[in-house]
Ligand binder design. Sequence first.
Ligand code: HEC
Ligand code: HEC
Ligand code: HEC
Ligand code: HEC
Length: 186
Amino acid sequence: MGEELSRTQRLWRWLKKPLLWGIPIGIFLAVLAIGAFQGVMVASNQNAFCFSCHLSMDTIVQEYKASSHYVSDDEVLATCADCHVPHGFIDKMKVKIAATADIYHMIKGTITKENFEEHRPRLAKMVWDDMLANDSEACRHCHVGDNFDLSKQPQRARLNHELMESRGETCIHCHTGLAHKRITIE
Ligand code: HEC
Ligand code: HEC
Ligand code: HEC
Ligand code: HEC
């Protein structure tokens, strides 16, 4: 009996230890946070999220809808995020953090339909620099293996693709203006 009591006492003391409670609570909160975080990551990759700013801000969405990677509202070959959000976790985080700058610019109203063409070279260059630096990772994520079978490509495409490695070229050297108005800058 005496032993029973001391066991309850010990249990009671244990229950009172906030640190020990902290562990299961901490795990619970961490699981919740990761869940919410994943939710944010997935939701922010949907076209609707990108459209929410870019549709009224500039002409990017209209151009995308006229491009070959967009078929219909229900079918796209590539979403905005497929081309613009890297697939590696670290790179993805870098983009998400950089995108908070976009929220700042959005609130500030930096880009409007009227001044977009003036800003476009600067923005396009940001994208080109990223794609040159990561060897057009986003493109290669889809155009790979059977989806990039040189033997099935028309001659003009095949010849260019065969030579690209030896010339040190990557997709974005040639395929600019693919989803948006083609521009050239010096
Ligand atoms: C909160 C509003 C907002 C949302 C949502 C948004 N953007 Fe933007 N985006 C902007 C603004 C503002 C700029 C211009 C930033 C500047 O002037 O430097 C921009 C610039 C860009 C650029 C060019 C510059 C760069 O960083 O490469 C790309 C590409 C881009 N957005 C893609 C996307 C994609 C893809 C999505 C959806 C995953 C998205 N945006 C969602 C506001 C937004
Ligand atoms: C989410 C997957 C996906 C991504 C990302 C993607 N594509 Fe595509 N792309 C496709 C599919 C699917 C087709 C249609 C079938 C095909 O031609 O292989 C296509 C078609 C094309 C075509 C032929 C149609 C045309 O417009 O001439 C080119 C060129 C092309 N993609 C280049 C690129 C480049 C360059 C990138 C990166 C900037 C890219 N794609 C990113 C899936 C993708
Ligand atoms: C040296 C320039 C060059 C580079 C680099 C290049 N392409 Fe191409 N690509 C072309 C040309 C030229 C065509 C033919 C388009 C035409 O005739 O209008 C083409 C066609 C294509 C097509 C359509 C093929 C078909 O079956 O009709 C796809 C898809 C494509 N490229 C994807 C890519 C991807 C992905 C990369 C990077 C891995 C890439 N290209 C790198 C020049 C290039
Ligand atoms: C097939 C790949 C692809 C898709 C899909 C795509 N983009 Fe782009 N985007 C590019 C490339 C490549 C550039 C670099 C400029 C160029 O070559 O057109 C670019 C450039 C941009 C720019 C800079 C301004 C400019 O005109 O260069 C913005 C902003 C942008 N994209 C946002 C978006 C948004 C928002 C969506 C969806 C509505 C989207 N992109 C869909 C490939 C893509």
